[in-house]
Design a protein around this ligand. Structure first.
Ligand SMILES: O=C(CO)COP(=O)(O)O
Length: 252
C-alpha cells in the first residue's frame, strides 16, 4: 500500500533556533500518534538541516532538503550537491518546486538532471509540478502537468519510481489562500496516476504517492486528503507552526 505523507516545506523561513524549536515541538507531538502508514517530513533551509536532523534523530519525523545542484561537485558558488546532503544522513530532496522554476530558472531539462543526480545518490525525490493560473483558465492544465512530468521523470526506468514522490502544486494556489477544490485535486491526481500507468504499468502508478500542495490548512486538509488519489500534502504556510502542522498530520 502506498504511503500517506505530510511534508512541510519551510522555504526561506526560520533561523536555526526557530527551526530546532519547531522541529522539537513537532517531534514531541507526533510521539504519541499511531502513524502506521503516514510519513511526516520537514524540509528546513540548508543551513539549518544538521541541527534539525539532531533534534529528529530518534523520531519518526524525517528531514528533507528543499533543493540541490545536479553536478557532483565543482565551481558552483553557493550550491549544494547530492553527496553533501547524503553525508548529513538525508534521504529525501524536494525538486522542481514552482518557486525554483520561476525565480531560479529551473527548466524541465535541468530538473531531469537533478532527478538523475539525486537518484544516483540514493536520495528519494519529491518532484513538484503544477500549472499557473493562465494555463488553468485556458484549460491547458492537464497538458502542462503532463509535459512537466514527462520531461522531468519519464526518462526513468520503472524501478527508479520506488524513490519518486509526486507533488501537484497548482501555482495559483500557493500562498494565496485559494486551494484547488478537493474535486479539482482528485481530478488532476487521477489524471497523473493514469499517465504514469500508461507510461509504465499499473503497479508503478498504484505505488507512487501523489501529494497535493497549495494553501492546505487544518480547515481543508481532511476533505482534500480523503480523495482517493490524494496521498497527502506538501505544505508551506501551515507547516510553520507545530499545532497546524500536527493537525494536518492527523487529517487522514
Ligand atoms: O508551496 C507550497 C509547498 O511547497 C505550498 O505553500 P502554501 O501551503 O503556503 O500555499
Amino acid at each position: 500500500m502506498r504511503k500517506q505523507i505530510v511534508a512541510g516545506n519551510w522555504k526561506m523561513n526560520k533561523t536555526v533556533q526557530e527551526s530546532t524549536q519547531l522541529a522539537d515541538e513537532i517531534v514531541s507531538n507526533v510521539k504519541d500518534l499511531s502513524l502506521n502508514n503516514t510519513r511526516v517530513i520537514i524540509a528546513p533551509t540548508f543551513v539549518n538541516l544538521s541541527e534539525v536532523i539532531k533534534v529528529t534523530e530518534s523520531s519518526i519525523v524525517e528531514v528533507a532538503a528543499q533543493n540541490m545542484h545536479q553536478a557532483k561537485s565543482g565551481a558552483y558558488t553557493g550550491e549544494i550537491s547530492a553527496e553533501m546532503l547524503t553525508s548529513l544522513g538525508l534521504k529525501t530532496v524536494i525538486l522542481g518546486h514552482s518557486e525554483r522554476r520561476e525565480y531560479f530558472g529551473e527548466t524541465d531539462a535541468i530538473l531531469a538532471e537533478k532527478v538523475d543526480a539525486a537518484l544516483a545518490n540514493d536520495l528519494e525525490v519529491i518532484f513538484c509540478f503544477g500549472e499557473v493560473l493562465e494555463d488553468r483558465k485556458a484549460g491547458n492544465h492537464f497538458n502542462v502537468v503532463e509535459s512537466q512530468i514527462k520531461n522531468g521523470l519519464f526518462h526513468l526506468e520503472a524501478t527508479a519510481w520506488k524513490n519518486i514522490v509526486l507533488a501537484y502544486e497548482p501555482v495559483w494556489a500557493i500562498g494565496t489562500g485559494e486551494t484547488a477544490s478537493p474535486e479539482q485535486a482528485q481530478e488532476m491526481h487521477a489524471f497523473i496516476r493514469k499517465i504514469v500507468a500508461d507510461k509504465y504499468n499499473q503497479e508503478v502508478a498504484d505505488n507512487v504517492s501523489i501529494l497535493y500542495g497549495g494553501s492546505v490548512n487544518p480547515g481543508n486538509a481532511k476533505e482534500i486528503f480523503s480523495k482517493q488519489d490524494v496521498d497527502g500534502g506538501l505544505i508551506g504556510g501551515a507547516a510553520l507552526k507545530a499545532d497546524s502542522f500536527i493537525s494536518l498530520v492527523k487529517s487522514f
